[in-house]
Design a protein around this ligand. Structure first.
Ligand SMILES: Nc1ncnc2c1ncn2[C@@H]1O[C@H](COP(=O)(O)OP(=O)(O)OP(=O)(O)O)[C@@H](O)[C@H]1O
Ligand SMILES: [Mg+2]
Length: 273
């Protein structure tokens, strides 16, 4: 197997007396999607903040390409090719597509011609990058980001990360606020990023979304990796149960089944008018 692009070894994180992450061991390889699952408060966002340089681990090691690294700032992580897309796409509603695509990109980093903002050129590059990801409804780089749909905004942020050479793409709940059609679109774009050889870390509460793109899954429960498995090793029901913290879903189903049996095959009723 190839060396993981990014791995965590024995990572712990405490905020003062509160232990949030315990002995996390995880790795992600090029061309692979790692889905990070877990209930609210399990530590998912804290974990990706460690990977993206927002927090430092209290203990443990982060490795890139097998070598230990330390991120003092988010900039250190992004300079090494770790791109994090936050829930609302990390974009700015009142900015044009072209502008937001190039924001924060230092003109000195290989962007000589952009020392003076070249609107036409920026729009061309941004629109092409987005269209290359299959978002063909976008053709005007002057359109404001605020007028895009949630799925289009996520797609813009992902296309941007890929364009600027990200090797690791971290997506914190990119499909959480989206309808079925838009979520499907974002999932397709995640697959495209993977096809292009990025390592993707995908955080979600939705087991179906995880199963649609994941090669590797890790379930966090109260700050620890409670399960770590590969595609095909667990069923949807097993993953749902794990996320709910054990057998609770199965026993809930049994409880409902018992209720139905003892109430003449009628389902529990919600108060009716
Ligand atoms: N800066 C902080 N100081 C103290 N406690 C924190 C801090 N950040 C997070 N926590 C705690 O760490 C735990 C994990 O939080 P985290 O945001 O990582 O969870 P999560 O898995 O992302 O949850 P969600 O699914 O709701 O986004 C929570 O109990 C939270 O209150
Ligand atoms: Mg979170």
């Amino acid at each position: 197997m190839t060396t993981p692009i990014l791995s965590l070894q024995g990572v712990n994180k405490s905020f003062g007396p509160i232990d949030v992450l315990h002995d996390i061991n995880l790795e992600v390889r090029a061309g692979e999607v790692l889905c990070l699952l877990g209930d609210n408060g399990a530590g998912k966002s804290t974990l990706i903040k460690i990977m993206s340089g927002v927090h430092k681990p209290t203990n443990g090691t982060i490795l890139m390409d097998g070598l230990p690294v330390a991120f003092d700032t988010p900039r250190d992580a992004s300079d090494r090719g770790i791109a994090t897309v936050h829930q609302f796409g990390g974009t700015f509603p009142l900015m044009s597509i072209g502008r937001s695509f190039f924001i924060g990109v230092e003109p000195t980093k290989g962007w000589g011609p952009f020392k003076v903002y070249d609107r036409k050129k920026a729009n061309e590059i941004a629109v092409k990058a987005v269209r290359d990801f299959g978002i063909t409804r976008i053709f005007d780089g002057d359109r404001l980001v605020g007028g895009l749909s949630g799925g289009e905004r996520q797609s813009l942020a992902i296309a941007r990360a890929v364009h600027f050479g990200a090797r690791v793409l971290i997506l914190d709940e990119p499909t959480a606020a989206l309808g079925v059609k838009q979520a499907t679109h974002v999932l397709r774009i995640v697959n495209e990023a993977k096809r292009r050889g990025l390592a993707v870390i995908f955080i979600t509460h939705q087991v179906m979304h995880a199963m649609a793109v994941g090669d590797h899954f890790a379930v966090l429960i109260r700050g620890a990796v409670a399960a770590d498995f590969r595609k095909g090793e667990k069923t949807r029901e097993e993953i749902t149960d794990l996320m709910a913290g054990g057998a609770s879903m199965a026993s809930l189903e049994a409880e409902i089944e018992g209720f139905v049996a003892s109430h003449d095959r009628h389902l529990p009723q919600v108060a009716q008018r």
